[in-house]
Design a protein around this ligand. Structure first.
Ligand code: DAK
Length: 263
């Protein structure tokens, strides 16, 4: 397994555990983090034994406290634009990954931190996690999807309030607005996330990919086009041995064992 300077990457059965590892800078994102995460995604894409990925932060204080301000402060506008583009490419890559990604938010998830969590499939958070888009306090705007993915998740009004005030919200408030799926006491977050990851890892790879694709791509289509896409993906499931295994297991009153590969 390759090692990275800014990220810890471990495999636990079918689960890839990926930790942002710059705890002294509260795991702020710089070009090194982006390069390392791209390297991890290269590895994960090639390893068919990995069924699900968990993204979290090293240390007990932060998931990611945003883009690295000490890096951004010296960038010319066009370089800053390049930095934003590389982050957007990373977000699209995470969404295109054929396996689910769970954001396990264990502390501050600010600016780019909230945004990278939004590029994951769903978010679990500890009670003391904090979310927000404080870029406006720096005289800039969100540059990694905060004005785009956030309103799609929580609605335009709430997204505007968060981006325009730069205020932080608690994990409970984040759950109330639909940003976070579930909130756990800090010492129970990891176990709960792992448990859900294990449930997902036991499912069929093709079904997981098809669900992710249908929900993400279908969200931007009208209902009829989205349903047409679902119909195709539904039919395609039969191309994977997992469909036969799942239905046979039900009829034979046993637990299914999904082993299908992506075709
Ligand atoms: N960047 C760099 N260093 C950071 C950082 C960050 N975002 N956040 C924290 N640190 C560093 C602190 O500077 C401090 O370093 P030392 O002084 O120890 O060397 C260390 O982490 C511990 O932080 P504090 O001492 O401040 O800890 P506190 O508990 O007092 O406060 C805090 C925690 C999270 C409330 C505070 O650190 C804070 O407000 N941090 C900044 C949060 C923030 O504004 N985040 C948004 C960043 S802007 C774009 C792409 C993406 C984005 C924008 C544009 N394009 C490229 C165009 C996204 C932008 C952002 O994310």
């Amino acid at each position: 397994m390759m090692t990275y300077e800014n990220i810890i990457f471990e495999k636990d059965g079918g689960i890839a555990v990926v930790k942002f590892n710059r705890p002294k800078a509260l795991n702020a994102i710089n070009t090194g983090v982006i390069a390392d995460l791209n390297g991890v995604l290269d590895q994960v894409e090639k390893d068919s034994s990995i069924r699900v990925m968990i993204l979290t932060g090293e240390g007990d204080k932060a998931f990611v406290a945003g883009a690295d301000i000490s890096y951004m402060v010296n960038l010319e506008p066009l370089k800053l634009r390049e930095f934003s583009a590389s982050l957007h490419e990373l977000g699209f890559r995470m969404e295109a990954l054929p396996i689910p990604i769970i954001a396990c938010v264990n502390g501050f998830a600010l600016g780019g931190g909230t945004e990278i969590a939004l590029a994951c499939d769903f978010i679990y958070a500890s009670e003391d996690a904090k979310f927000g888009q404080p870029e406006i306090n720096l005289g800039i705007i969100p540059g990694f999807g905060g004005t785009q993915r956030l309103p799609r998740r929580v609605g335009k009004g709430m997204a505007k309030e968060l981006c325009m005030t730069g205020g932080l919200i608690s994990a409970r408030e984040a759950k109330e607005i639909g940003l976070v799926n579930k909130v756990f006491p800090a010492d129970g977050l990891w176990e709960a996330t792992q448990k859900t990851a294990q449930v997902i890892a036991s499912k069929g790879r093709f079904s997981l990919r098809a669900i992710k694709h249908c929900i993400d791509s279908g969200y931007n289509l009208d209902l009829r086009q989205g349903c047409a896409m679902e119909t195709d993906q539904f039919g395609l499931c039969k191309a994977s041995p997992d469909a036969e295994e799942g239905m046979s297991a039900f009829l034979e009153k046993r637990k299914p064992e999904f082993k299908g590969e992506l075709k």
